[in-house]
Design a binder for this molecule. Structure first.
Ligand code: SF4
Length: 373
């Protein structure tokens, strides 16, 4: 194992500052990314958005001990509360050699007695030894989200979906405290939303503690890459938010019927652990209409409007000192904020935080316009 750890190259000096900064706040948690680079070539990869797609070989930005210090001393980190993600921005955590750093990082955090939720997202092979090592953790609330799409167009996704299916089966067979989620994404209208794929997703969902379905980020850079490899435009627009057309969602929900499926990642994580959603989605109209009744009760019991004093104090900690703060209809409304500031307040209060300049439309659940007009 030591040899493998040493085999990962150090990141080059000209790595963009955005990637050298290994801690970033994202909606599902404070994200730690001290390994960057991935050979898997999914055409829709978000690495297009920060010019890292061409780095096919994983590189180490800093060692695991330094990375854990960077994470746990980050201004937004709260022991036992802040959700954490590891290697979800620029690599796959279970790639050979990368996974040694994943396991080590998990063990360093667990060794501190931290009980924070930890999300690890992978489409790669998780073998029995990996599961057994994760099962030895004693405090972190660990969830492995197994990305599976059912896409069979090798230009869009050259990785065989059977790899993720095997990973899910291995987790189902050997994991107890480590929870597993079928992360069905990206669902693209006309590509992987047919009855055959939906049927396979329903079978796989039975192996998981919970299932999430999400759409495609069709940003300008991703569309340009698709064009460059000969894929006709998948959608007309290239919006800021993910695309999940109304009809695609309807078909999936109808097919799943009583079988639980979630729109939001943190909802599935919450359900897998029997906890309330740390993003407070309960405050949003109609988002919980597909959620099992017992889970709605758990979330409702934990959902309380935070005081204005608390919000103001948290906003100050996050450096959000401009504009007004309103509390209405299950959400906190702020102005001139960054995502990082909003997620910090959201995770600290368990209450949704939106910026007035990006209003959420009823029933749309934070998705793009395309397919809903
Ligand atoms: S009750 Fe609502 S907020 Fe809670 S997990 Fe279900 S969908 Fe999410």
């Amino acid at each position: 194992m030591t040899q493998d750890v040493e085999a990962l190259r150090t990141a080059p000096a000209d790595l963009p500052a955005s990637l050298r900064d290994v801690v970033e706040y994202r909606k599902s948690g404070l994200s730690l990314n001290h390994v960057v680079g991935c050979p898997l070539d999914c055409a829709y990869c978000v690495r297009h958005l920060f010019d890292n797609y061409d780095m096919k070989r994983p590189h180490l930005v800093m060692d695991d001990e330094a990375a854990v210090v960077a994470l746990t001393t980050h201004w937004a980190f709260r022991p036992h509360r802040t959700p954490i993600q590891i290697f979800n921005r620029a690599t796959d955590p279970f790639l050979p050699r990368v996974k040694d750093h994943l396991h080590k990082t998990l063990e360093l955090l667990d060794g501190k007695g931290l009980t924070n939720p930890v999300l690890v997202i992978s489409r790669w092979r998780v073998n029995r030894e990996d599961v057994e090592r994760m099962e030895r953790l004693t405090s972190l609330k660990l969830t492995v989200l197994v990305t599976w799409s059912g896409i069979d167009d090798d230009r869009i996704e050259p990785i065989d979906s059977a790899i993720a299916e095997k990973t899910l089966a291995t987790l189902a067979a050997h994991a107890v405290r480590t929870k597993r989620i079928l992360y069905w994404r990206p669902i693209i209208a006309g590509i992987n939303d047919g009855d055959d794929v939906i049927g396979r997703a329903r079978e796989l969902a039975r192996l998981a503690d919970a299932t999430v379905f999400t759409g495609l980020f069709h940003r300008g850079q991703i569309r340009a890459h698709m064009r460059s490899i000969g894929v006709p435009d998948l959608y007309d627009s290239a919006p800021r938010r993910k695309i999940m057309p109304r009809l695609v969602e309807r078909n999936i929900l109808d097919a799943f019927g009583d079988q639980p499926i979630f729109r939001k990642t943190s909802c599935a994580v919450a359900h897998a652990h029997g906890l309330a959603d740390y993003n407070g989605h309960l405050g949003i109209e109609r988002i919980c209409d597909i959620c099992p009744a017992g889970q709605v009760e758990i979330c409702a019991a934990a959902h309380a409007e935070p005081s204005r004093e608390l919000i103001t104090a948290l906003a100050g900690e996050a450096g959000l000192v401009t504009g007004t703060i309103e509390i209405a209809n299950g959400r906190i409304l702020v102005e001139d904020s960054t995502e990082q500031q909003r997620y910090f307040i959201q995770h600290a209060t368990g209450f949704q935080v939106h910026d007035k300049s990006h209003p959420h439309l009823p029933g749309r659940h934070g998705r793009a316009e395309e397919g809903w007009e």
